[in-house]
Design a protein around this ligand. Structure first.
Ligand code: UDP
Ligand code: MN
Length: 258
């Protein structure tokens, strides 16, 4: 049977959260055998996310894990200062390992794990590319790192280097959206996780380093010549009018979810 794709997504409350999760969930509805592990960066599960998942029509697991206060980006911090979504991805991994152990049967190790941020743009083709992952598969990511795209460069069917604008000597100069790992490999390496203390740009490497070598990477998307995922970022909406109206007691109804 078709291997299940376990998608781990960190998410946090903000003005655009419901819009992002709506877009994402409706993309996933088009993907067969997808299990969405959505991890809220919050001390509790919120009604907004609970309700959205319930009505989504997807197979999902709803988790939460707040980012430690000293790890959280403060208002005004440059966004490269601290990696985002770390504890949430690790919580997703923890749940997955636990859940697979509890599932009896021979095919409980069959599957693929993908880390999908809630603001990126995903082509349906991407999921069919990653479904055949044996260990770690890789592909280009569009609109990332100050480039049109970053990608692994493939020669003779193997990844030989990376096309990136920044520190190409990093062990794995790959964005979070640019790789998937087989469930088998995740389960065989129970300690593998993301290191929130890793220096800037080395978060992905902190996870991949113990799992795979460059030589073993499986290039997808036509030998990494096709862009099937984009590191899009959503503009923070301005609330100037909202605040002005609020000051007059005419703000939007807080009972309306948006
Ligand atoms: N995120 C989170 N808590 C935060 C900030 C971000 O859980 O305080 C999540 C966010 O929803 C996304 C992922 O972490 O799924 C990466 O964050 P973001 O897209 O802001 O990072 P960037 O695109 O700037 O690398
Ligand atoms: Mn993002």
């Amino acid at each position: 049977s078709l291997p299940t794709i376990f998608v781990i997504t960190p998410t946090y409350a903000r003005l655009v959260q419901k819009a992002e999760l709506t877009r994402m969930s409706q993309t996933f509805l088009h993907v067969p055998r997808l299990h969405w592990i959505l991890v809220e960066d919050s001390p509790h599960k919120t009604p907004l996310v609970t309700d959205l998942l319930m009505k989504s029509g997807l197979t999902y697991t709803h988790l939460h894990m707040p980012t430690a206060k000293d790890r959280k980006l403060q208002e005004g911090d440059p966004n490269w200062l601290k990696p985002r979504g770390v504890e949430q991805r690790n919580e997703g991994l923890r749940w997955l390992r636990e859940d697979r152990r509890a599932q009896p049967g021979g095919d409980n190790q069959q599957g693929v794990v993908y880390f999908a941020d809630d603001d990126n743009t995903y082509s349906l083709q991407l999921f069919e590319e990653m479904r055949s992952t044996q260990r770690v598969s890789v592909w280009p990511v569009g609109l990332v790192g100050g480039m049109k795209y970053e990608r692994p460069v493939v020669e003779g069917g193997k990844v030989v280097r990376f096309h990136t604008g920044w520190r190409p000597s990093r062990p794995f100069p790959i964005d979070m959206a640019g790789f998937a790992v087989s469930l088998k490999l995740v389960l065989a390496n129970p300690e593998a996780c993301f290191d929130g203390e890793a220096p800037v740009g080395l978060l992905e490497s902190s996870f991949l380093q113990g799992l795979v070598t460059m030589d073993e990477l499986e290039p997808k998307a036509d030998n990494c010549t096709k862009v099937l995922v984009w590191h899009t970022r959503t503009e923070k909406p301005k609330m100037k009018r909202e605040e002005a109206l609020q000051a007059q007691g005419l703000g939007s109804d807080p009972a309306v979810e948006f």
